[in-house]
Design a protein around this ligand. Structure first.
Ligand code: NAD
Length: 280
């Protein structure tokens, strides 16, 4: 039976460490705020935004909420970002995705000052991560690395298979595992023999966005399985991309959904905000 990698507990540890750091920074006169922008009222986005504001309050940094109507123009959003880029107290700018269709996400992401790109989505932040230069790391993949490290999972030299190649999870995930000296295979929707490839993984990271897709037949005995997926099933229950009950029987360690990768994403966002305050 697999050991459960407890993302709730590990993210709490990280937030407590950050809370102490924020207090020390305040004592040295260093403070800052995270600006959180939401366009429209997508209910899932509203939950994420609320959780981010709560996390800021917990670690002791200010959050500034910008709740804009669905019909906000791209121009108006770019203008707001321009103003926030200039505001000294604002140390991080987060635009909750997805944006309405009439707004180009890439344009918005690229408008955020590199120094305030706490989501790590700016192409230059991604480039810096690729070549190991300092910069903000994409939060979900950085959270997975912390989960593995803080659970004493050896990464160096291990074969890591990542399922998914999106810009926000799969690709940065593969790059960060490479940085940790894993041997990395990236798989995607056109991959042939997915099962055979997954069965070679010492660490299997699943970010495919397909509810309960990965069963025990994809997992080598004793592998570590990280489930990034998050969905509501037909009973409105949260589930991941992995068939948790059966994979738990063959893996040596596994993240649950909820309570695995999800809470780590916010903890790493807070870590990026604190880094930004430190670096001012
Ligand atoms: P996405 O839809 O952008 O990408 C999915 C990827 O999976 C694609 O690259 C695709 O090629 C691959 N894929 C799809 N079907 C496949 C198949 N049959 N075989 C192999 N590969 C396949 O999704 P995303 O934004 O990367 O997110 C992935 C999942 O992670 C989603 O469920 C999302 O909700 C979740 N997510 C969770 C967090 C978190 O904080 N826990 C953060 C971001 C995303």
């Amino acid at each position: 039976m697999a050991e459960i990698i407890d993302g709730k507990k590990i993210s709490q540890q990280i937030k407590d460490e950050l809370k102490d750091k924020v207090e020390a920074l305040k004592a040295n006169g260093k403070t800052g705020a995270l600006a959180v922008i939401q366009v429209g009222e997508d209910p899932a986005s509203s939950v994420y935004v609320r959780n981010k504001k709560n996390a800021c309050a917990y670690i002791g940094i200010e959050s500034l909420a910008y709740e804009l109507p669905e019909e906000t123009s791209e121009e108006a959003l770019l203008k707001l970002i321009g103003e926030l880029n200039e505001k000294e107290q604002v140390k991080g700018i987060l635009v909750q995705l997805p944006l309405p269709n009439h707004i180009c996400e890439d344009k918005i992401i690229q408008a955020i000052s590199l120094k305030k790109d706490v989501d790590g989505f700016h192409p230059q932040s991604v480039g810096a991560m690729t070549i190991g230069e300092p910069g903000f790391l994409s939060c979900t993949p950085a959270g997975v690395i912390q989960l593995l490290k803080r659970s004493n999972v050896e990464i160096s030299g291990k074969h890591c298979v990542v399922i998914g190649r999106s810009n926000i999870v799969g690709k940065p995930m593969a790059l960060l595992m490479l940085r940790e000296n894993a041997t990395v295979t990236v798989t995607h929707s056109r991959t042939q023999n997915l099962k055979e490839i997954c069965r070679q993984a010492d660490i299997l990271i699943v970010a495919m966005g397909k509810p309960r897709f990965i069963g025990a037949e994809y997992v080598k005995e004793g592998a570590v399985v990280i489930d990034v997926g998050i969905h509501r099933d037909e009973n409105n229950k949260l589930c991941g991309d992995v068939k948790y009950e059966e994979v738990q029987q063959v893996a040596s360690a596994i993240t649950p959904v909820p309570g695995g990768v999800g809470p780590m994403t916010i903890a790493m966002l807070m870590s990026n905000c604190v880094q930004s305050i430190e670096e001012e």
